[in-house]
Design a protein around this ligand. Structure first.
Ligand code: NAD
Length: 490
């Protein structure tokens, strides 16, 4: 076990089936000799209903800070407005940057259409469209900002490679849409290729998310570890969980630099709560990820192999019970006992789990120091009265001596110079201004540095001409390389 992580952990039994599966899992951990100590916190429905809008009482944060390893049962989010997602609150507040979700099939003991599937999705957990920065800018147009950072990308990609190495995986696939989002998804793909060079023993590939998702859904057996951005990861990890068989089987980890949270992927299943029929396997697998994370890979291996033996022996909870593949239908606690009885055994047919080598290292981000030159500005304008040519004329007359208008786009499509009459236009225009040395409306003109004072003069001139500006986005060169996408036709 790693020296830095104590054996005292935080446990939240949660709601619905949470307390029964938590009891079953802790019984197994204790019987396997993990020697953990537990501090229990109450999060979820009772906390929400007692007036805590994010479902976690103030004192629970102190426990989490003290015992940074957190095993969490599923919780019920009460219906109605005003309740914030506990998971999102915990992830963002505590910097849990990696969401790790292994999904494996247990053919022929658990029914699945994909017998060879054994995929781990490593999803970036803090950035992307989930930054939650949205605006309505004009009557017609709404915007959600997609934020992808260099440290965020480095962290999750290194984590995925290190996870692959520590868990004996062979290949890491990066899923992106960098053919369209060349700056943001392009950064993620470039970071993957750059950092990948440090892991020559692992196969590596970059795939476009659309075909990648189609292939994950139809041929999951060809994937091993997948690393991807937040939104794609959210979708793709649900696809893999659905493909693997039962929602009751998979665990997941939310990993941070200091604090990490482990839980089943399923919810609190209120329909079967208190009946002792729930499958504790999802939470058990999450607990094994926790042990591995704590550097207790040998304990995780022992427990998971005993669990595989119980599955092979046909000891099944109701959700995976089938006349053909099962021998005995058992409840939650009896299943836990079946796992405990098999501790020390290895499965005969299913691939045995080999313990991960230990805790995954933390990363120090070293910020590069490129030269950053301002070379223009995109001014977003609200206008529902003029054609693109008329708008260009107004802008040029107002600003021609300060900066040169290079192009105007509407929803990303070039409408000036030489727009098409057929292009549908909203009331939201992106007007790109560049150095006054560039020829007017010249799409081929290269970008060159400008003085910052010109931006203020430009905004004043636009205001004087009664142009309704919504926002500006500065254009920068980083060591001479564009830090922005080109407009169509540029
Ligand atoms: P759910 O996952 O709780 O249940 C979906 C179906 O799967 C139900 O039929 C349920 O009986 C079954 N099921 C789930 N886990 C099972 C298990 N371990 N063994 C056997 N069967 C199992 O999803 P839901 O019904 O959409 O959500 C119920 C509540 O859980 C909601 O309040 C939701 O907000 C919450 N939820 C919490 C989490 C979490 O805490 N991480 C995740 C998802 C949903």
């Amino acid at each position: 076990m790693s020296d830095s992580i104590s054996k005292r952990i935080t446990v939240a039994p949660g709601d619905g089936i949470g307390p029964e599966i938590t009891r079953a899992v802790l019984d197994i951990l204790d019987a396997a000799g993990c020697g953990l100590e537990y501090d229990t916190i109450e999060v979820g429905e009772r906390a929400y209903l007692s007036g805590n809008s994010s479902g976690i009482p103030a004192q629970a944060w102190d426990t989490l800070r003290r015992n940074p390893i957190f095993l969490k049962g599923p919780i019920t989010t009460p219906q109605g407005a005003g309740y914030k997602s506990l998971n999102v609150t915990i992830r963002k507040t505590l910097g849990l940057f990696a969401n790790v979700r292994p999904c494996r099939s247990f053919h022929p003991f658990v029914f699945t259409q994909h017998p060879n599937m054994d995929v781990v999705v490593v999803r970036e957990n803090e950035e992307d469209l989930y930054a939650g920065i949205e605006h309505r800018q004009t009557v017609d147009v709404y915007q959600c900002l997609k934020i992808v950072s260099l440290p965020g990308s480095e962290k999750i990609i290194r984590y995925a490679f290190d996870y692959a190495l520590a868990n004996g995986r062979k290949k890491v696939t990066c899923l992106v849409k960098d053919n369209i989002m060349k700056v943001t998804d392009g950064l993620f793909a470039d970071t993957f290729r750059r950092i990948g060079k440090e892991y020559p023993g692992l196969q590596q590939e970059v795939q476009i998310i659309d075909i990648g998702t189609a292939r994950v859904a139809t041929q999951p057996g060809r994937y091993d570890v997948i690393v991807t951005l937040n939104l794609y990861g959210d979708i793709i990890s649900d696809v893999t969980a659905e493909l693997s068989g039962s929602v009751g089987m998979a665990g997941s980890a939310n990993v941070g630099d200091r604090i990490s949270m482990f839980e089943a992927i399923h919810g609190s299943a209120p329909d079967i709560a208190g009946l002792d029929v729930a499958n504790p396997s999802g939470m058990l697998n999450a607990a094994c990820m926790m042990l591995t994370h704590m550097g207790m890979g040998e304990h995780a291996e022992r427990i998971q192999n005993a669990w595989l033996c119980a599955l092979e022996d046909g000891i099944h909870t109701g959700d995976i019970f089938r006349e053909v593949t099962s021998r005995q239908r058992v409840g939650t606690q009896a299943f836990a006992q079946a796992v405990i009885e098999r501790l020390g055994r290895k499965p005969a047919t299913l691939t045995a789990v080999r313990g991960a080598s230990g805790a995954i290292p933390r990363y120090a981000y070293v910020r590069p120091t490129p030269r950053r030159d301002l070379c223009g500005v995109d001014v977003f304008v609200c206008d529902d009265k003029h054609t693109p040519d008329e708008l260009a004329k107004i802008l040029i007359e107002a600003t021609g001596k300060i900066l040169r208008l290079k192009l105007i786009t509407n929803r990303g499509v070039k409408v000036w110079p030489e727009g098409f009459d057929e292009t549908f236009c909203t009331d939201h225009w992106r007007c790109r201004f560049v150095s006054p040395n560039a020829p007017m409306g010249d799409l081929r003109a290269s970008y060159e540095p400008i003085e910052r004072s010109r931006l203020l003069s430009l905004m004043q001139a636009l205001d004087d001409a009664h142009v309704d500006t919504i926002k500006t986005e500065n254009l920068y060169l980083f060591d001479g390389t564009r830090g922005f996408s080109l407009g169509q036709g540029e």
